[in-house]
Design a protein around this ligand. Structure first.
Ligand code: BTN
Length: 322
């Protein structure tokens, strides 16, 4: 988006109605230039109403992600200092890693598409243009490395809550890194860490959320998208502005809990959202795979699963499948 469009948008976001002349004076440009900027904002998906003798009013923000929208959101954030937005990138995760030394405070990277998006175990993460949210959030805690086990528990709750509140859908947590709706995966996240001397310096959390239906999703029985779950009759764009605002609020809240509170403070809520308890699952750890039923999670964040011989397994990290 051009600098001028960004400035016009900023002015419109602050006021109810604003005349073209006022905007022109404030920005030191002609009224025609204002009119052109408004026209191009409309083309980008913003709904700008114009009323004779009153001026322009921003009625609805764009359903598309862009730098202006994201920057204005991060301005209200008590945690994230900045946002980097790219229309296209190899991977937001890679870009985030590359910026870690330059940006001292927590920050966010968002992309319109990823050409080399990757998931856990280096699997490909299909990231077609404008079909999903592709985001990496960088946190800079100063805590011991072993605390990272709990990070996923707090973050999974943040993502599930944001989806529920924004789209009114029942989002369940599939330990350790997935969010499901109606038995299908809608979101996965990936947690990577930079540490030194057993202390965490940065956590890079990559979140991939399927927003709209894609070919890949129809091929997979185990995947879904927000659009599919909302079962919209007419093609309607999702309100990304509200969703991202909510996601940032929930990430901030749960990150704060993670830093300051034990897992027990959210354990009950987390368990109520978990979709794995009491179900026979295939559990793949580094060196072995076995079938067992998850029955509980400890205050330290270990999953307890009982196999058919009655033996209880304490699991720190694994891939689990229904
Ligand atoms: C998984 O379920 O395996 C985790 C998927 C994580 C995908 C996200 S999309 C944004 C960020 N950039 C990447 O390349 N991966 C993560």
């Amino acid at each position: 988006m051009s600098k001028l469009n960004q400035e016009v948008l900023k002015l419109l976001s602050k006021q109810d109605f604003l005349s073209g002349q006022k905007m022109a004076t404030e920005l030191g440009i002609s009224r025609t230039a204002v009119w052109k900027a408004v026209k191009s904002l409309r083309e980008e998906g913003y709904t700008v109403e114009s009323v004779t003798n009153k001026g322009y009013k921003l009625v609805a923000a764009s359903s598309e992600l862009n730098e202006t929208l994201l920057t204005s959101m991060v301005k209200d954030s008590s945690l994230f200092s900045e946002v980097i937005y790219k229309d296209s990138v190899d991977s937001t995760q890679k870009l985030a890693f590359g910026k870690i030394t330059d940006i001292k405070e927590p920050f966010i990277v968002v992309a319109g598409e990823q050409t080399e998006g990757r998931g856990r175990f280096n699997r490909e993460w299909a990231s077609p243009e404008k079909r999903g949210l592709y985001m990496s959030a960088v946190f800079k805690p100063d805590i011991y490395l072993n605390e990272i086990i709990k990070f996923n528990l707090f973050i999974s709750l943040a993502i599930a809550n944001a989806i529920e509140k924004s789209f009114n859908l029942d989002a369940g947590i599939k330990w350790p890194n997935d969010i499901y709706i109606n038995g299908r995966k809608v979101c996965g996240f990936l947690t990577e860490v930079i540490s030194e001397n057993n202390m965490i310096q940065s956590i890079i959390c990559g979140i991939g959320l399927n927003l709209y239906h894609t070919e890949d999703i129809s091929k997979l029985e185990t995947a879904t998208s927000i659009e599919d779950e909302l079962k919209l009759d007419d093609k309607k764009d999702l309100d990304m502005e509200s969703f991202l605002k909510q996601l940032i609020i929930d990430l901030e809240k749960q990150y704060d809990q993670f830093i300051n509170m034990p897992f027990s403070s959210i354990r009950e809520e987390w368990i109520s959202k978990s979709i794995i308890f009491g179900k026979e699952m295939r559990i793949s750890e580094m060196n072995r795979t076995f079938m067992a039923k998850p029955v509980d999670i400890t205050d330290e964040g270990f999953l307890l699963a009982v196999d058919r011989y009655g033996e209880t397994h304490k699991i720190i990290s694994a891939d689990i499948e229904f």
